[in-house]
Design a protein around this ligand. Structure first.
Ligand code: TPP
Ligand code: MG
Length: 538
């Protein structure tokens, strides 16, 4: 063997120096030349389908606070990964997704398992897609991919690598370059935003996922308290950025155009930080904003700024902007009265129901939730009840799909737990999942069992795609087929993947089984039969 470094050695050396030593993957013949002689200081996290691979890596990256490396199988594996890729793109998660490609010497002949038009397949859900022109460029392509992925707005990138590249001689060790992860705002513009806040009579804050992602939780509380203003969560937020038990917290904005507009009535100025303006769904006609309301918008993403339905925007990292605003804005005038704290409904039936209603199930969970537990939610018809009974009161403690595609929550919970483990933190992950949603990336529970992760999957088995029944009413679409899910034995499915798995049908059973699950060494699935929930969509 010659002394010359191979592309394989140079790349692993570069990945090691970049701290990318965990690979989330599902292997194939076109990836084995990369995975060959897998170094002992690297970790390979195997997921059994690529939708799970990418969602795990996404949540891992969000929790560990660093980019994650993914390796999937050529076109078919990348295809399976696409649904989760959409969510990673929307969550602005820096993922370096790699896939193998057939041997350069025969790829012209479209061999079996070739990735045709390889850089086209993952678009438009990646910031960059590339196949190195020469084998020698592979390490530099990883460096470039890393730089593209982490610079704001962060997001996934894709590299296709022909399987014969790894054994080729490298040009030498790869070069590491450092790039920014935050952008500072234009200072003059910031001053004008501060002035407009100072001059407003009745301002409100809307704090979105970019705030928590940027580590801006405490700063957000300080700004809200200095201004003494109501704080809203934007519609369909995939992270919570402000304590939901804070006296200034006023709940989530509705999802529809007229719903948002109505809720913001009376505010002459609304400052939206770290969220789109706004993420609407479903369509109902109405005014974007009430008369007399102006919007100031802060985001790290020029695209998010560009597609906003209203408002004046400023680019900048959410935490940097908030910290600078705290310095610049005047404290609330003496006469500004704090809003009345949000009164959560938290209403339960007077006698226990069978099957349980979702609020009864959530109430039981709230009795036993460890104070530092993380919530991953993908119970689509009960999102309102989840926030009501299990409010998020700490940073980095709530996750859900950023795209609206289901099949993120189960592998997402696995990624959260792996991310905690990587940063030396032990928290219980509570994944509240609908019986429909549970099926999309169900094999992720196997990875949870293999790694003995502290996850309690609570599956609400209402026997249907409940939210779609509410949508059918809203859309005046009677007679839609395919909304019932009879005969799903979820306890057995989970057992088949090697998990502890139990049914719990009363509040007491939920509490008891949950406590056992929290104390156990590894994940548990608790299936709760529940009544359908009429979802509020307006
Ligand atoms: C990948 C993907 N496929 C389909 C949908 C459409 N969809 C949205 S919610 C939903 C039903 C979810 O059912 P379940 O998890 O049982 O929750 P429930 O509404 O019953 O609370 C479906 C199929 C989607 N959002 N994403
Ligand atoms: Mg359901």
């Amino acid at each position: 063997m010659s002394d010359q470094m191979s592309v394989h050695q140079a790349t692993y050396d570069l990945l090691r120096r970049l701290g990318l030593t965990t690979v989330f993957g599902n292997p194939g013949s076109t990836e084995q030349t990369f995975l060959k002689d897998f170094p002992a200081d690297f970790t390979y996290v195997l997921a059994l389908q690529e939708a799970s691979v990418v969602a795990m890596a996404d949540a891992f990256s969000q929790v560990a606070g660093k980019p994650a490396l993914v390796n999937v199988h050529t076109a078919a594996g990348t295809g399976n990964a696409l649904g989760s890729l959409v969510a990673a793109y929307d969550a602005k998660t820096p993922l370096i997704i790699t896939a193998g490609q057939q041997h350069r010497d025969m790829v012209i002949t479209e061999p079996y398992l070739a990735n045709r038009d390889e850089t086209m397949l993952p678009r438009p859900w990646v910031k960059w897609a590339y196949q190195p022109v020469r084998a020698e460029d592979v390490p530099a392509a990883f460096m470039r991919a890393y730089a593209v992925a982490i610079q704001p707005p962060a997001g996934p990138v894709f590299l296709s690598i022909p399987l014969d590249d790894w054994a080729k001689p490298a040009l030498g060790p790869g070069q590491i370059r450092e790039v920014s992860r935050r952008v500072a705002p234009d200072i003059e513009r910031l001053a004008s935003f501060a002035e407009r806040i100072d001059n407003s009579r009745n301002p409100a804050l809307v704090l979105g996922p970019e705030v928590d992602r940027a580590g801006g939780w405490d700063s957000a509380v300080a700004l809200a308290e200095k201004l003494r203003v109501p704080v809203y969560k934007p519609p369909l937020a995939d992270r919570v950025s402000f304590p939901e038990d804070h006296p200034l917290y006023q709940g989530s904005l509705p999802m529809t155009i007229p719903g948002v507009s109505k809720r913001l009535e009376g505010h002459d100025l609304v400052v939206v930080i770290g969220a789109p303006v706004f993420r609407y769904y479903p369509y109902l006609p109405g005014p974007w904003l009430p008369d007399g309301t102006e919007v100031l918008h802060v985001t790290c993403d020029p695209d998010t700024a560009a597609y906003a339905a209203s408002g004046d925007s400023m680019l900048g990292d959410a935490k940097l902007v908030i910290d600078l605003l705290i310095e610049k804005v005047a404290a609330a005038p003496a006469g500004r009265v704090a809003p009345v704290p949000l009164a959560w409904l938290r209403k339960l039936p007077s006698t226990p129901t069978s099957p349980l209603t979702p609020p009864e199930a959530y109430a039981a969970l709230s009795d036993v939730r460890p104070s530092d537990a993380v919530i991953v939610n993908e119970s689509t018809s009960t999102m309102v009840q989840q926030a009501e009974w299990l409010p998020t009161v700490r940073s980095g403690s709530f996750f859900t799909t950023a795209s609206g595609g289901i099949g993120w929550g189960v592998p997402g919970a696995v990624g959260v737990a792996l991310g905690d483990r990587a940063r030396g933190v032990h928290r219980t992950v509570i994944a509240t999942i609908g019986d429909g949603s549970f099926q999309y990336s169900v094999q992720a529970v196997w990875t949870a069992a293999q790694h003995k992760l502290p996850i309690v999957f609570v599956v609400f088995r209402n026997g249907e795609y409940s939210i779609l029944k509410s949508f059918a009413q809203l859309e005046e679409a009677p007679g839609v087929p395919g909304l019932d899910l009879p005969g799903l034995d979820i306890v057995s499915v989970a057992k088949g993947f090697g998990l502890r798995s139990v049914q719990a049908n009363t509040a007491e059973e939920i509490r008891d089984r949950f406590k056992i699950a929290v104390a156990a060494d590894g994940p548990t699935v608790i299936v709760v039969d529940t009544q359908p929930q009429d979802a509020t969509l307006g």
